[in-house]
Design a binder for this molecule. Structure first.
Ligand code: C2E
Ligand code: CA
Ligand code: CA
Ligand code: CA
Length: 270
């Protein structure tokens, strides 16, 4: 290693210091990211039991000028802390709705909502406005919320979800089985779909318990008249298991990776 100034400095900087400095710098960069057009939407296909693609989950990426593609697990928490997530979330909803509205095939799009957005009283009004402006049929928009988001402020989250549902948009519960009191939520909240977390799917082959849990979640969802999507399907064995259990919808690298929509133009009829 070179003994230049920065090298010496770095040698004395702890990992914790560097982590904190990184977060501060990234937070500042994030403010300009929307204006500089650095945020990108990737689309991951979802297939029904026959293998046909019926929709896409919209996944946010940050194309940082120096760091390359920054994953949402890194910058979404920063955006939540610095209150930028509302603006970013509105940008995602707007862009994804504009995009889907011009597809020849009326596929569904699933957009992730931060717990912070769910606590924002203005969200349903914003969604209504986007639907009006883009002409997107409400039932084509699905909003994914986590159990943690519902846990934050039960009453407020519930009223926001009810108002969203009146608009005709769909509500999916994300990462199902990894949060608290999942079953209570299914009773209290207006949920249209359950997404079974990848951590269960990845173990269905080697672990009987995981297989039993997945089987039970599928039955629970179907019995309640909900849709069910299995997340993180990576191989044929997992897919065959899920099909055998009557899982109506699957998502994962086996079906397709998250990519810019141009890569999936053939699927949307474009
Ligand atoms: P998530 O909503 O659970 O999204 C699924 C994650 O699993 C995505 O990671 C996706 O790329 C990854 N994935 C999909 N299929 C497979 C597979 O077969 N194997 C494996 N190993 N991974 C798979 P990604 O895109 O890095 O997103 C991470 C999380 O960031 C998301 O988890 C979601 O919670 C959050 N996120 C993404 N986009 C947004 C957004 O627009 N707004 C908000 N608030 N959060 C977002
Ligand atoms: Ca999701
Ligand atoms: Ca998920
Ligand atoms: Ca997740």
């Amino acid at each position: 290693a070179k003994a230049d100034g920065s090298g010496v400095f770095r040698a004395f900087e702890t990992n914790v210091d560097r982590g904190l400095r990184d977060r501060r710098v990234l937070k500042q960069d994030l403010r300009a990211a929307i204006e500089r057009n650095e945020l990108k939407l990737f689309y991951q296909p979802q297939a029904d039991a026959s293998g046909e693609i019926h929709g896409f989950e919209v996944l946010l990426r940050w194309q940082h000028p120096e760091r390359g593609l920054v994953p949402p697990a890194v910058f979404v928490p920063l955006a939540e802390e610095s209150k930028q997530i509302d603006a970013i979330g509105e940008w995602v909803l707007t862009r994804a709705s504009q995009e889907a509205a011009r597809w020849p095939k009326p596929m569904q799009i699933a957009v992730n909502l931060s717990p912070v957005q769910l606590q924002n009283d203005g969200l349903p009004t914003f969604v209504a406005q986007i639907l009006r402006e883009t002409g997107l049929a409400p039932e084509r928009l699905e909003l994914e919320v986590t159990e943690t988001a519902l846990f934050d402020d039960f009453a407020r989250a519930n009223s926001t979800l009810q108002r969203l549902r009146i608009l005709g948009v769909k509500i999916a519960i994300d990462d199902f089985g990894t949060g608290y009191s999942s079953l209570a939520y299914l009773q209290e909240f207006p949920i249209d779909k359950i997404k079974i977390d990848r951590s269960f799917i990845s173990r269905v082959q080697e672990n009987n318990r995981s297989a039993a849990i997945v089987r039970a979640i599928i039955q629970l969802g179907l019995t309640l008249g909900m849709k069910v999507t299995a997340e993180g399907v990576e191989n044929e064995d997992q897919l065959n298991f899920l099909r055998g259990e009557g899982c109506p919808s699957v998502q994962g690298y086996l079906i397709g990776k998250p990519l810019p929509i141009g890569e999936y133009a053939h699927l949307v009829g474009g």
